[in-house]
Structures are given as C-alpha cells and as structure tokens.
Design a protein around this ligand. Sequence first.
Ligand SMILES: [Zn+2]
Length: 143
Amino acid sequence: MTTFGDREIWESWGAQELCFQGCRTCHALQHPPGRLCSSCHGCEFDGVAVSGKAALLAWSVVHRAPSPDFADQVPYTVGVVELAEGPLVEVRLLAGNPGSEKVDWKCGIAVEVTLGYVNGRCVPVARPLQLTTISTGTDTESR
Ligand SMILES: [Zn+2]
C-alpha cells in the first residue's frame, strides 16, 4: 500500500514543504515516487522533508517553449540535481533575483533546492549557493 505517493508529494509541495517519498522499511528516499521501494521492495512510505542541499548534475537552457504556457518564460534553465539525501530531481534553475546576471552553471556546483511557482504550480527550484556570474557583453545566442 502506497501511503505517500505522487498526489501527496504535490500536496506537500503546494504547502511549501519539500518532501519526498521515504521507505518505511529501509528509510531510502526515492523520486519519482513508486509503488515499491527501489532499494528493498517495501510498499509503505512516509513523506520525508529534505535539507535542500544538492549538487547540480546536468543543465540545459530552453529556448523554444514546449507549450504556449511557457512562451513568455524562454529562455529559462532547467537542471537535474542530486539531493544530499540521494534522490535526483528535475528543477528550474534560478540565478537569484529576476534580471540578475547570468550564472556560470557548472556540473558539480552546490545548489540550494527550495520550492517556487512555475505556471502557478509549486515545483522544486534551485539557486547556486555561491553566485558566480559571468559578464557576457552582448547575447549572441540564436533563438
Ligand atoms: Zn525500502
């Protein structure tokens, strides 16, 4: 019986609690949530709050909106982070303040994961722990 699954995760994020599915038997965290624990095949879970400490594993700049809902947001940066507690999570990467300088994203840098609103939905977002900015002069990227 899944006691903390997909619906409960979205509910916790909506309540500004960064929780993930934690196995009651072996205490492993996993994401995305499943019916069985990928470590011990246990089937009962609790919501476990995480620290938000993470490392950036991969990132990409989205220039072409995947749907009209994102048209006013491009270009934006998405990434995959590895939480200190183990799970890999897709996040929207934020430089800090809107309009701030671009961040020189590098794989392996430390980021802080929190929750933020994207298209009215509360989702994991990440910011670099130490802001390393690059001055680009003119933006020569094609759109
Ligand atoms: Zn388990």
